[in-house]
Design a protein around this ligand. Structure first.
Ligand SMILES: Nc1ncnc2c1ncn2[C@@H]1O[C@H](COP(=O)(O)OP(=O)(O)OP(=O)(O)O)[C@@H](O)[C@H]1O
Ligand SMILES: [Mg+2]
Length: 394
């Protein structure tokens, strides 16, 4: 049976046909092998950390397998959650908490009456034993979603559980509440650390080559290369773009990915992303309370202030996630015709500082760029892609 494009390119799910294995930190061994090794190290907890959408969950699913993986989310653990009850429930074990002894004082009676509950209770040991007997691996995904208090409670419980050889992987974002695990003195010497890095061009390219081959769609190395540059560091973006390409090709009854289809595919892909408000907030900058800002006429005839120019500069070619100040300044200068005069460097820096301050205060999705140590960092590849291709008619 012929494969369908949506089964080959899967931006939001397990990519069975386009799974690409990468090398772990230039060690020559793969991430899969590294995780396998970590899981075989008895008495150790595996801490897997990496930026959003870099394949942390997919890696766990590949190595552990769908029969053995037990996935829980940090979000499942609010402050009232009983850790072991949740872990037991995930494998459908009846766990009813500790034995409770209720003491009641009846009105008018001096006597205390004990009412012991007769409920069947599965101990934590039994839960651990079940996991071991059935080769289950507990993966606590998005650990950072659990509250701070709950993270500490979980760390304590895990310390004891791994000593009894429960296999556990804790997955989290970098610089985010991983303190409960990585900075926990009680766990030191009992951790296998795995850092998931951003994707490189060659590995991204492999996703496209692999997928189109399965679909009998032709693509040259050069075109695959271009796609990989556009995807920045995101395997998910590659899956999205390739799926868009397939939809466009099917519509035209074609079976070759030509250069001239790429831009349409990019624009088509951005309909999946909504950064409209983020771009808006950035281009507007802080509230000036009626004070007029300097505007510059751009080479394309638009009128932009420095905030608008900064946003425009990030979108320029080549797409990169990290720009030092001079590169940003250079891009801004190129946006303005010479006769218009150019902003001074200090002023651009001040505007970058202001932008940094505005975004810092806002919700997660606004944390798309950062400005520190004289560099602009794009934190979210999908955001940069949107900046480049998603703003039609602006
Ligand atoms: N090894 C891979 N080969 C091919 N595609 C991949 C691979 N890893 C990830 N992807 C693509 O990227 C998408 C996101 O991967 P995944 O959900 O594992 O990221 P994550 O790091 O767990 O993200 P989050 O931080 O949001 O939980 C997948 O659905 C898939 O399309
Ligand atoms: Mg994940």
């Amino acid at each position: 049976m012929r494969l369908k494009a949506e089964n080959v390119f899967k931006p939001g799910a397990y990519p069975e046909y386009t799974y690409v294995s990468r090398n772990y930190e230039n060690t020559g061994i793969s991430y899969e092998l590294r995780l396998k090794q970590a899981l075989r190290t008895a008495g150790c907890l595996t801490s897997l950390i990496g930026p959003s959408k870099m394949g942390k969950t997919i890696l766990c699913e590949t190595v552990i397998g769908f029969d053995n993986i037990v996935e829980v989310s940090g979000a499942d653990f609010n402050n009232n959650a009983d850790f072991w009850a949740t872990v037991a429930a995930k494998v459908e074990l009846p766990y009813l908490g500790e034995i409770t002894t209720e003491r009641e004082m009846k009105e008018g009676e001096a006597k205390e009456t004990d009412s012991k509950s007769e409920r069947y209770v599965l101990s934590k040991d039994k839960v651990i034993q079940y996991y071991k007997d059935h080769d289950k691996v507990l993966v606590i995904d998005d650990f950072h979603y659990a509250s701070k208090e709950m993270q500490m409670i979980m760390a304590q419980q895990l310390k004891d559980a791994i000593r009894r050889e429960l296999k556990v992987v804790v997955v989290s974002l970098p610089h985010r509440s991983d303190d409960a695990i990585r900075q926990n003195a009680d766990l030191s010497g009992r951790l296998s650390l795995i850092n998931i890095e951003a994707w490189k061009k060659e590995d991204l390219k492999e996703i496209a080559l692999k997928g189109f081959k399965q679909l009998n769609i032709k693509i040259t190395d050069e075109v695959a290369d271009r796609l990989a540059v556009e995807c920045l560091t995101s395997p998910q973006l590659m899956q999205y773009i390739c799926l868009s390409i397939c939809t466009l090709l099917e519509d035209k009854n074609e079976d070759t990915v030509n250069k001239n289809i790429l831009e349409t595919a990019y624009r088509f892909t951005t309909v999946n992303f909504n950064y409209y408000d983020v771009v808006n907030v950035m281009s507007k900058g802080p509230n000036t309370r009626g004070k007029k800002r300097n505007k510059y006429k751009t080479v394309t005839g638009r009128e932009l202030d420095l905030y608008g120019l900064i946003v425009e500069s990030l979108a320029k070619n080549p797409p990169v996630m990290e720009l030092d100040f001079d590169a940003v300044y250079d891009r801004i200068v190129k946006l303005i015709p010479e006769k218009e005069g150019r902003p001074d460097k200090q002023s651009v820096k001040t505007h970058l500082n202001n932008l940094h301050l505005i975004l810092k205060e806002k919700e997660e999705i606004y944390k798309a760029i950062d400005w520190k140590d004289g560099k602009v960092y794009i934190l979210d590849p999908l955001f940069l892609f949107y900046l480049r291709w998603g703003r039609i008619g602006e």
